[in-house]
Design a binder for this molecule. Sequence first.
Ligand code: FAD
Length: 292
Amino acid sequence: MKIKNLYKKKSPVISFEIFPPNEKYPIESVFETIDELVKLKPDFISVTYGAGGTSRGRTVEIASRIKNIHGIEALAHLTCIGTKESEIDNILEELKKENIENVLALRGDLPKEGEIIEGDFKYASKLVEKIKKESALCVGGAFYPEGHLETNDLLDLFYLREKVKKGTDFLISQIFFDNNHFYSFKEKCEKLGINIPLIAGIIPVTNANQIKRITELCGSTVPLKFQKILERYANNPEALKEAGIAYAVEQIIDLLSSGVSGIHIYTMNKVDVTKEIMRRIEKVKDCLGEVG
Ligand code: FAD
């Protein structure tokens, strides 16, 4: 099923993100994680592409397993920077062969200073345009409630609108720790006529090093309330894990009660944490029901 139709049919849609194992490890090492995550009955699972140095070649294979063995809708991430058009063609062909109907079209992170990479795509919008022209895939994209690190807020919104005009069907957010960023971005989108589903990406923070790395990489800010939690429990992993789960659950419940179309949980492949979040939001999400 095309994910855009899930958002029409159901509210909220609950989805997970996982990443493929690093090439040092066999691909099978993620299968147990998937087996456990599918038991939580997410509406779809997305699989990252080359993020954090993980293998690119495994995304389609893992997405195929989710879709064709477990019967759960899969969303394959695909980045385009530094990539030749023929490589993209090959991946689109593989997706078709594996019956995968959904792709998250991304630019990918810029190369490090001094590193030169050649490719046929500069921005995600060009990838969206190509996919829409040449396939029947449902296409998602990324957005940044606090703005993207490289562009000022207004310009970023302008470029986001362009990405949507090229055919993006839904948008998943970068992580954020203050829901007000999401709400005010949504308002701006509505004013600009961006009316496709905006999905809230939520990450449960369960260790102090993780948050430093992530916020440096993506520029998301940490509100004082959460900073205090991180500082207070930095040396107590069990307490921090508990507090991180509670913080994510509080964010999710607030978003659900505000009528968000979907919650995308960045699971970081942590089954126990995801399980606990799903347990705590079970009654809240189920009482919202089908879209009338
Ligand atoms: P774009 O939409 O191309 O935007 C990138 C920047 O360029 C923005 O600042 C935008 O304002 C600007 N811009 C856009 N169009 C133009 C234009 N025409 N002229 C000038 N400037 C322009 N990375 C991975 O490597 N693998 C993954 O699997 C992955 N998954 C992700 C999933 C989500 C939900 C998110 C939010 C991010 C993910 N990323 C992933 C990270 C992503 O690749 C980076 O954040 C990247 O820096 C931007 O990607 P984008 O698709 O948003 O780019």
